[in-house]
Write a protein that binds this ligand. Structure first.
Ligand SMILES: *Cc1c(COP(=O)(O)O)cnc(C)c1O
Length: 491
């Protein structure tokens, strides 16, 4: 049993960890031996992107019988390019475009793979129940999960989104979703209402055991699942291999990565790549105005007692970065008692402080920086004017932090900046920053942006307005539980 909870000695095989998501003690599953188990990272660099995915996922999740077939089913022909995540030179540095999947969201990388991992785990573990994914979304996760799970045998998916909390484009993406095993429903209120309603429904169903004998069990698609984290390790290798291939670095040279961060999953995947031997230099954690992580990585105090700021990079508007718990476990050499203690303090008091030694261990690899709204706008504008590269507000946060980081670090190896969203997902913010015409609705703004930049609108976003609406339900948050129980048999 390779995986262990961050909060106790509770262990699980990889397939069981994927089915469970979270450990029974509330902790997250980690492989404490990842840095010790040998991995042929150099051999990996010579493979195709799908070949790399098979090797890397096979190493992280060795209990799976046929990873090659799962990877093929998840990715082949689904992304815009065969590189999966293309590397684009912007100025002196490189942008790794993670948004070339079927829903133009970075979440596609993980959520294309997760359904394959869930169904294979279900087969291998001899689970007969259908696995029903229940998700509250602030936008991108919901659509990427729908796209990943629709019509996948043995699974169903129910997505709730806040009626007042997603953009018109994101809403259109979700309510036009086809598939026999999907259901999408709006919840009156904001994302917090929607998320807490779903959490309560989850807990109530668990407690009451109403699903017993119904042939259904619930699971979630959020990034605490190791099956969502593992696929993200792959693109760190893809980017590195591409830099070597282009002669930008020599094999073995260290490369720094700058990562726009919310829940700390993306950047933690980079740390996993480093533990597997990839010459990752520093991992630079880029936050927007919600700078909890910048403060933590600077002072060792994690303090969520602050105002939640709504920014133009909503996927990074987060005050509790769940995956940080995994880093704390690894940085303390697997001290579950200490980690559980900090998590208790966070839950009860909203704050904890790590000791010097732990902070030093983390800071030996991680740097941090943040970017406010004005700086983000300025970065989108400047990157377009100077480099003719159009970036979204999330990527802008990382580009701004990359610039400041380089100023402090000095010249050196090129940086890889991870780009997590297509500019077409945020047409108004991007048009405003580049001085474009803001008239019309979001769909018209997309077209304005296309004319202005010459960059084509991604296939999945084009013609969205004309597609038939298949999901029209709107409910109050108190009705979520009933809704789930009513729909679950039909999924
Ligand atoms: C989810 C998301 C992020 C944050 O990634 P984490 O793994 O949560 O740190 C950043 N940008 C976009 C566009 C996202 O969707």
């Amino acid at each position: 049993m390779l995986y262990q909870s961050t909060r106790s000695s509770e262990r699980a095989a990889d397939t069981a960890a994927v089915l469970r998501g979270i450990a029974p003690d509330g902790g997250l599953y980690v492989d404490p031996m990842l840095g010790e188990r040998p991995f042929d990272w150099q051999g990996c660099l010579r493979l195709s992107p799908l070949g790399m995915a098979e090797k890397i996922l096979g190493h992280l999740l060795p209990g799976y019988a046929d990873m090659g077939a799962l990877v093929e089913r998840a990715y082949a022909g689904k992304f815009e390019t065969e590189e999966l995540t293309p590397l684009v030179k912007v100025g002196e540095d490189y942008v790794l475009e993670l948004f070339r999947g079927p829903t133009s969201a970075f979440k596609d990388v993980a959520l294309s793979m997760l359904p394959q991992l869930v169904t294979a785990a279900r087969r291998q573990e001899g689970v007969e129940d259908k696995i029903v994914i229940l998700t509250a979304t602030s936008g991108d996760t919901g659509k990427a999960a729908l796209e990943g799970f629709h019509d996948v045998d043995g699974t169903g998916i129910l997505v709730f989104f806040p009626a007042d909390g997603v953009s018109p484009v994101q809403k259109a993406q979700m309510v036009t979703q086809s598939g026999a095993n999907v259901k999408v429903c709006a919840v009156r209120g904001n994302f917090d209402d929607c998320q807490s309603g779903v959490k309560q429904a989850f807990a109530a169903i668990d407690r009451s055991g109403v699903l017993a004998g119904k042939g259904r069990r619930l699971s979630s698609a959020n990034s605490i699942n190791i099956g969502r984290l593992a696929p993200q390790v792959v693109y760190y290798f893809i980017a590195y291999a591409e830099l070597v291939r282009r002669g930008a670095i020599a094999e073995g040279e260290r490369v720094d990565y700058v990562v726009p961060t919310g829940n700390f999953g993306d950047i933690l995947a980079g740390y996993f790549a480093r533990l597997m031997g990839l010459p990752v230099g520093r991992l630079v954690c880029a936050s927007n105005a919600n700078r909890v992580l910048t403060d933590f990585l600077t002072t060792g105090v994690y303090d969520k007692r602050r105002a939640f700021l709504k920014t133009s990079s909503p996927s990074m508007d987060i005050l509790i970065s769940s995956n940080l718990e995994r880093l704390l476990f690894l940085a303390t050499g697997g001290d579950t008692e200490r980690v559980a203690g900090w998590m208790r303090e966070l839950a009860e008091m909203g704050v904890y402080r790590v000791d010097e030694q732990t902070l030093d261990a983390i800071r030996a690899v991680f740097s941090a920086g943040c970017c406010d709204e004005e700086q983000s706008r300025e970065t989108i504008g400047r990157t377009w004017r100077e480099d003719r590269y159009l970036c979204d507000p999330h990527t802008a946060v990382a580009l701004h932090v990359a610039r400041e980081y380089k100023r402090a670090r000095g010249a050196g190896t090129p940086l890889v900046v991870l780009s997590t969203a297509s500019p077409y997902k945020f047409p108004a913010a991007v048009l405003r920053a580049v001085g474009g015409d803001l008239s019309g609705d979001e769909f018209e703004q997309m077209e304005t942006l296309e004319r202005l930049s010459g960059v084509p609108i991604p296939k999945g976003l084009r013609g969205l307005k004309e597609r038939p609406v298949l999901h029209e339900d709107v409910i109050d948050r108190e009705e979520i539980l009933d809704y789930v129980l009513r729909q679950i048999d039909e999924l």
